[in-house]
Design a protein around this ligand. Sequence first.
Ligand SMILES: [Zn+2]
Length: 199
Amino acid sequence: MQDAITKLLKDLGEDPAREGLRDTPKRVEKAYRFLTSGYSADIDKVLNNALFTVDYSEMVIVKDIDFYSLCEHHLLPFFGKCHVAYIPSNKVIGLSKIPRIVDVFARRLQVQERLTNQIADTIRDTIKPLGVAVVMEATHLCMSMRGVEKQNSFAVTSAMHGAFRSSARTRMEFLELIKLRSAVPGLRETGYACLADET
Ligand SMILES: [Zn+2]
């Protein structure tokens, strides 16, 4: 990877040997290894000892989880807040593990829509809740830094399963509790940031 970064610096017209850049390939590799550490994370290990059987069926919400990811089209960051809710059937996940699940999938090359689905699917498959909902709000630097004006650099995506899909009231209760910064209706339709065919 360091050779590739050195080549990149040269191709940008830089001198990789100058003082400020001398250790840059090493630093960039270290940064990228961390930012993509989700590939080597084992979700089962993350959740190990954190699943509990309960007699509780009210909505569990963890909101405003900060996340940072990299868009797979430009390798530039997108970041924002993730909100997760589920209604247990008989199992819950330790609350501190929800942000860990978000990190495991955010620390990969991603598109926001897939990231949102992976978090929701993992919770659904792990504890089989009555419903699970994930909403992500993010700013995409590949849009805002490059001055792409035809689309907003701020995108909202959602994934809803079970009761959150079938019951408008449950869904509205969740959306009301997280109070989105952006408009709520048509979540999925509003926010396709950074499409693949976009330059
Ligand atoms: Zn992008």
